[in-house]
Design a protein around this ligand. Structure first.
Ligand SMILES: Cc1cc2nc3c(=O)[nH]c(=O)nc-3n(C[C@H](O)[C@H](O)[C@H](O)COP(=O)(O)O)c2cc1C
Length: 366
């Protein structure tokens, strides 16, 4: 039997493993959520819901893939929130919780800038028995045209106000999901935490133009010849997501973070935890690899932990945060290393000879 325990308690919610399906197509109805739970996922954040779906009209196509060789390295979507009726979702949340009492079901919700609407959605959804909420303050396309999603989440004053409305009525844990389309991710996170959010989820997708078709000269995904900038996700966004998680974890060390953005393997998940994530979410990784990837994710995370002698997730969550410092400190450390041992030679800007590829290699971490 493995001596590794992957379970974790976060804000009073007990996850049998830290792998949660991120809000999006993987959690789009009760049928698929049940399928994922049967395959071993620890939890699911449902596709974002709102009170009035009559305004949610999707396009087809709404996805585009960026490939390198045959591998999908980046994914853009212009999908809106759930287009399924609110009442149907209430029934399905009840049904899922009855059938899977030990799996964590988190309701992603979004509303217009109205205290009444936010409080109504929270009160009605929490009656179904869901375990927690994730506030979608971060969808970067479509919804901002209605002053929702990222239009709210990139304004710390509005984040504070909305989270405050929610916390007045919420009886279960609330995570605020943040946008990466800002310079300093700590500002909106601080506003949410000041308003007493229980945790922070990040990142939502990055605004992008994935590709221009060189035959038609039309940007992708093309809908009747036109498009809008969409949300970028998948492997390519992982370094940006890790940076955002790191910034928030360092600024608010006690905060429970659910990290995501480009997690395709258990080793990717380990990196998010080393940056301070308590749980990890997978959206594009599941869309590309299928729900069955959960077995591989668990095996790889277990392998990482066994290799280091970690028996519980808490043994290494946030471990690598201490290794971030300032540039000035890096220089000082390197000068000190050179004094005490033969440190690496510096290639300063005068010494480049024009062998640019090998000179780049000589400055690259391995
Ligand atoms: C097709 C698609 C639909 C998405 N829909 C939602 C959504 O309804 N609500 C939400 O909060 N995030 C949504 N997301 C964002 C993901 O939950 C996640 O934050 C983002 O994609 C980064 O993680 P990933 O690289 O694992 O996909 C969606 C992502 C994709 C690819």
């Amino acid at each position: 039997m493995s001596s590794v325990d992957l379970s974790i308690e976060v804000n009073g919610m007990l996850f049998e493993n830290p792998f949660i399906l991120g809000s999006g197509p993987p959690g789009t109805n009760a049928r698929v959520i049940s399928k994922s739970f049967n395959q071993g996922w620890g939890g699911c954040v449902i596709k974002t819901i709102s009170l009035d779906v009559s305004k949610v009209i999707n396009t087809n196509p709404r996805y585009a893939k960026l490939k390198h060789d045959k591998e999908v390295i980046g994914f853009e979507n212009i999908e809106l929130i759930s287009d399924r009726p609110f009442e149907t979702w209430l029934e399905e949340c009840r049904e899922i919780k009855t059938n899977f009492p030990k799996k964590m079901l988190i309701a992603s919700v979004m509303e217009e800038y109205s205290k009444g609407a936010w409080q109504e959605i929270i009160e009605r959804v929490q009656e179904t028995g869901v375990d927690g909420f994730e506030l979608n303050l971060s969808c970067p396309h479509g919804l901002p045209e209605r002053r929702m999603g990222m239009a709210m989440g990139s304004n710390p004053d509005i984040v504070h106000e909305v989270v405050d409305w929610v916390m007045e009525v919420a009886k279960i844990p609330v995570w605020a999901k943040m946008t990466p389309n800002v310079g300093d991710p700590t500002l909106s996170a601080k506003a949410a935490l000041d308003a007493k959010a229980d945790g922070i989820s990040l990142i939502n997708t990055i605004l992008s133009v994935i590709e221009v078709n060189l035959k038609t000269l039309r940007p992708m995904p093309t809908v009747e010849g036109h498009t809008v900038p969409g949300g970028y996700s998948g492997i390519a966004v992982r370094p940006i997501a890790l940076r955002h998680v790191m910034e928030v974890a360092k600024a608010f060390p006690q905060t429970k973070i659910s990290g995501m953005g480009g997690i395709h393997t258990g080793y990717d998940a380990a990196q998010f935890m080393l940056m301070g994530s308590h749980t990890v979410q997978v959206c594009t990784g599941a869309m590309i690899q299928g729900y069955g990837v959960i077995t591989k994710l668990i095996d790889e995370l277990t392998d990482f932990m066994t290799g280091h002698g970690f028996t519980r997730l808490e043994d290494f969550i946030g471990h690598s945060l201490d290794y971030f410092t300032t540039h000035a400190d890096l220089v000082e450390r390197q000068q000190e290393a050179k004094r005490t041992q033969a440190g690496k030679g510096n290639l300063d800007d005068r010494t480049w000879q024009g062998e640019i590829a090998s000179e780049t290699d000589s400055l690259t971490a391995n």
